[in-house]
Design a binder for this molecule. Structure first.
Ligand SMILES: [Zn+2]
Ligand SMILES: [Zn+2]
Length: 390
């Protein structure tokens, strides 16, 4: 245990350097070319064999301990289309692009884990796949990497992933059994009416009036046709129709997001929303096109894996550094694709520091982290890897 702490402390400065380098050179999803090349270069220096260009920019490093089981540790590496306003000396040099979600820290921590675990190979009871994936923020890089075969050769038995969080103090790690993040699905509804003069509605089919009825009915679906115990939200966030005061438009467009923690409920809401939209438009003589886009699945943490992670955190950092997650988040996370396939747990590595004013939320143009939290994150993940497979 002392060895692990020392090894992590020894590489900490490198980890900070790596994080700041990546922070200065952020790249948007599926364009993480420099980041990917930098990762390959670092793995090379560490003597860790790797495969690159998986799902465009993805990289998988492999620490072969000769063990039977294989643990996958995942980091995402994409940045956001945000202009950095944070006052840091290593500010983004890529105008309009920023690591405002902390994926720079995820890459740095995983390279740190690689540096430490490759030195502790003889103490590992599992092989370790270090997986760097593109495009977590929107398009999703996890699924194309899985489709490219990263779960095989050798077969992955379990997976862990971590996200930095300023809601958790630096030095602590948050774990949570079960529901962790929601399925962030999208919907599009276009109502085709018949436009005309605003003073003569009886000669038209008003798509706005119909859209309002559909929104009201979806609220009833949400409140009265699901049990009060099923966490979910239907959020209509775009409503576009019309051009001026006295013209009834032809069409109305509604777009939004649906979030749940349950695949059955997800499909039920998709079907019912469509049925309601179709029947209401039909009732008023209009037609519609409804599209429900299933995006990332809900992220559900495996209990055995989460309990084991809890133990590893307690062992290396102490029980006072373990934070129990209370409510799941309605946000999405494509680590869910790994968690659907193998026992997995996703944790939050604390990077918050209220005294230093580091409390800004993800995606803020002022996003900053307390970098010291990365040390605890690396320790927790390495300890878990050392405990896994025993
Ligand atoms: Zn994000
Ligand atoms: Zn993120």
């Amino acid at each position: 245990m002392e060895d692990l702490k020392k090894l992590v402390a020894d590489i900490y400065e490198d980890v900070v350097r790596i994080r700041r380098h990546i922070h200065q050179h952020p790249e948007l999803e599926f364009h993480e070319f420099e980041t990917s090349a930098f990762i390959c270069d670092t793995l090379e220096k560490l003597g860790i064999p790797y495969e690159k260009n998986i799902a465009k920019t993805g990289v998988v490093g492999f620490i072969d301990s000769g063990a039977e089981k294989t643990l996958l540790i995942r980091a995402d590496m994409d940045a956001l289309p945000v202009t950095e306003e944070a006052d840091v000396p290593f500010k983004s040099q890529n105008e309009g692009v920023m690591h405002a979600c902390g994926h720079d820290a995820h890459v740095a921590m995983l390279l740190g884990c690689g540096a430490v675990l490759s030195k502790m190979k003889d103490r590992l009871s599992c092989n370790v796949k270090l997986l760097f994936q593109p495009a977590e923020e929107d398009a999703g890089g996890a699924l194309p990497m899985i489709e490219a075969g990263v779960m095989e050769n050798p077969r992955v038995d379990a997976a862990i992933g971590a996200h930095v969080s300023n809601s958790v103090p630096a030095g602590s790690v948050l774990v949570k059994n079960g529901e962790f993040m929601a399925s962030p699905d999208d919907f599009d509804l276009v109502i085709h009416g018949r436009g005309g003069h605003g003073a003569l509605p009886h000669n038209c089919i008003d798509p706005i009036a119909i859209a309002v009825q559909i929104l009201a009915a979806w609220n009833i679906l949400s409140a009265r046709y699901t049990t009060p115990l099923e966490k979910h939200v239907i959020s209509t966030n775009m409503f576009q129709a019309g051009t001026t005061y006295n013209v009834i438009p032809d069409d109305a467009v509604i777009r939004g997001t649906v979030r749940t923690f349950d695949n059955t409920l997800r499909h039920k809401l998709a079907e019912e929303m469509e049925r309601i939209a179709k029947q209401i438009t039909e009732a008023f003589g209009a037609t519609c096109d409804f599209t429900f886009t299933f995006r990332y699945p809900p992220l559900i943490n495996d209990t055995t894996m989460t309990d084991a992670f809890r133990e590893s955190v307690t062992k290396i950092l102490g029980a006072d550094r373990l934070v129990e997650g209370k409510d799941p988040s309605m946000g999405g996370e494509d680590f869910a694709y790994f968690a659907e396939r193998v026992p997995a747990t996703f944790v939050h590595v604390g990077t918050g520091n209220a005294k230093e004013g580091i409390t800004m939320p993800w995606h803020s143009s002022n996003f900053k982290i307390d970098e010291t939290g990365m040390q605890a994150g690396i320790m927790a993940m390495c300890q878990f890897a050392l405990d896994f497979g025993k």
